[in-house]
Ligand binder design. Structure first.
Ligand code: ZN
Length: 413
C-alpha cells in the first residue's frame, strides 16, 4: 500500500503550509531542502518526526496556524522530561470527532446507544475524544471520567448504559466488581470500546465473558488527534485506519526502511489534513503490521493488526531483529507461564559474545527448572538464540496499564 496521488497532494500542501508557518518543522525542512513532494520517492525522503523533536519544540513550537485559529490544546505526559503540547484548530476538533463517530459506527454503535465514558477528561485526549465522537454520532454520552466505581455501577444500572468506554484495566476492575456483587443481570451493556494497549487474551476473555459484551480495540495517540483514528470491525481482524485523514507506513525501527504490507515493524503516521500541528512521518514506536488484502466486512480502509508491543522492546541479536510478539508466542506455549517477561541483553567482553537473559513468571504448581529449560529450548529452536532463563513467581514483574518497557539492552553501557 504505497502513498496514492491524493495523499501525495495532501502531503505537498501540508509541507507548504508548514514552510509558510515558520514553525519548528519549517526550519527542519528548509535545512533539508524540502519544498514539497511530487512522488512516493520524494515522500520517503522526508525525515521522520519523533516525540523527542516535539519536546524540543515545547511549548508551542509545532503550531502551524496563527493563534486566533487555535481553539484547544492537548498534552501527552510522556515518561521523562517536558510534556508535548498539541494545538488544535476548530477543523482538527471536527475531523477528530468525525473519525471517532466512524469508530463507533464500525463497532455497530448507533444513536440509540448510551455510552458510559470512563477515560479521563482534561489535558490528555481520552475522555473528550470519546465524548465528541458520541455526540457526533447522536448517542447519549454519560461522561463519568475515571474512578468512583460505586457511582459508575449506579449510573450503569439506572441509565441502562449499553456501551462501556474504558482502558482494559478499568474494564477489568468493573467486570470484577459486577461479578463480586452479582449485578450481571442488572446491567445492559452490549459493547466495550477499549483504548488500545497491549493486553492479554485472558484479560480480554474475562471481560467479554463477565460483562457479556463484544470488545473493540480503539487506536490513537495524542500527537495524532488522540484515540479514535482506528478501530477493529466485527470481523475482529485488524483495526481500520482512516486513510482520508492519515497515511500509515510500517518501517524497520532500526534502519528506517519502509517495509512491505504484512511485515511487522513500527507504525509511522502522516497527518494529511491536520492544521494546528501537522506531523509528517511521525514515529509512534508502536509495533504492528498492515494486514494485506481486503477486509471481509467490505470497508476499504486499510487495516493495522493488533499492537504487538513497542519498538523500544524490539531487539537485535547476531544481526537479527527480534520482536516482543515472538517472545510472547514462545511464553504462550509453556504451561503455567504468564505473558509478562523481562529481557536483559549484555555483552560479555571476555568471551566476546552477547548474553541474553530472559526473566519469566510461572505459577507455583510447575517446576521452575523444567520451565526454564523449556523456554530456553523454544528460544533456541524459534529464534536461534540461547538465553539464560530465570523463573520468578507470578506477579513479581512490574505491571503497567500503558507502555511498559520489557527489554533492557546493556550493550555499550
Ligand atoms: Zn473490516
Amino acid at each position: 500500500m504505497r502513498i496514492n496521488e491524493r495523499q501525495l497532494e495532501q502531503v505537498d500542501r501540508q509541507i507548504k503550509r508548514i514552510l509558510r508557518s515558520g514553525n519548528y518543522y519549517s526550519r527542519v525542512y528548509e535545512q533539508a531542502g524540502i519544498r514539497g513532494v511530487s512522488s512516493p520517492e520524494d515522500f520517503e525522503k522526508i525525515p521522520f518526526t519523533d516525540k523527542a523533536d516535539l519536546r524540543n519544540a515545547y511549548p508551542l513550537g509545532i503550531q502551524a496556524v496563527p493563534d486566533e485559529q487555535v481553539v484547544r490544546i492537548h498534552s501527552s505526559s510522556g515518561t521523562t522530561g517536558k510534556p508535548v503540547i498539541i494545538p488544535y484548530t476548530a477543523r482538527d476538533v471536527e475531523d477528530w470527532a468525525t473519525m471517532f463517530a466512524r469508530c463507533y459506527e464500525i463497532a455497530g454503535i448507533t444513536a440509540q446507544d448510551r455510552i458510559q465514558i470512563t477515560p479521563g477528561y482534561g489535558l490528555w485526549t481520552a475522555g473528550i475524544g470519546f465524548q465528541a465522537g458520541c455526540e457526533k454520532l447522536g448517542a447519549m454520552a454519560i461522561p463519568m471520567g475515571p474512578g468512583n466505581t460505586e457511582k459508575q455501577l449506579q449510573m450503569m444500572m439506572d441509565l441502562g448504559s449499553t456501551v462501556l468506554c474504558a482502558t482494559s484495566s478499568y474494564a477489568l476492575l468493573l467486570a470484577e466488581e459486577i461479578n463480586k456483587r452479582g449485578l450481571k443481570d442488572r446491567i445492559r451493556l452490549k459493547k466495550g470500546v477499549i483504548g488500545s494497549e497491549r493486553w492479554s487474551d485472558a484479560k480480554r476473555n474475562y471481560i467479554a465473558r463477565e460483562l457479556g459484551i463484544e470488545l473493540y480495540d480503539i487506536y490513537g495517540l495524542t500527537e495524532i488527534y488522540g484515540p479514535g483514528i482506528g478501530i477493529n470491525c466485527d470481523r475482529q481482524h485488524g483495526m481500520h485506519i482512516f486513510d482520508d485523514y492519515l497515511y500509515t507506513e510500517i518501517i524497520d525501527p532500526q534502519t528506517g526502511e519502509v517495509l512491505p504490507d504484512g511485515e511487522e515493524g513500527e507504525i509511522v503516521i502522516t497527518t494529511l489534513v491536520k492544521e494546528g500541528a501537522p506531523l509528517i512521518r511521525f514515529r509512534t514506536h508502536d509495533l504492528s503490521r498492515i494486514i494485506p488484502g481486503d477486509c471481509p466486512c467490505g470497508r476499504a480502509w486499510p487495516r493495522l493488526d493488533t499492537i504487538r508491543g513497542r519498538s523500544d522492546d524490539m531487539f537485535k541479536v547476531h544481526g537479527v531483529n527480534m520482536f516482543p510478539s515472538q517472545v510472547e508466542e514462545i511464553l504462550g506455549q509453556v504451561d503455567g507461564v504468564s505473558s509478562e517477561y523481562k529481557i536483559d541483553i549484555a555483552h560479555d567482553d571476555l568471551i566476546n559474545r552477547d548474553i541474553i537473559m530472559v526473566t519469566a513468571e510461572a505459577e507455583g504448581r510447575v517446576d521452575f527448572a523444567q520451565t526454564a529449560e523449556r523456554i530456553r529450548q523454544l528460544f533456541k529452536s524459534r529464534m536461534n538464540v540461547t538465553p539464560k532463563v530465570v523463573i520468578v513467581s507470578l506477579n513479581t514483574l512490574p505491571r503497567s496499564e500503558k507502555k511498559t518497557q520489557r527489554v533492557f539492552d546493556h550493550r555499550g553501557d
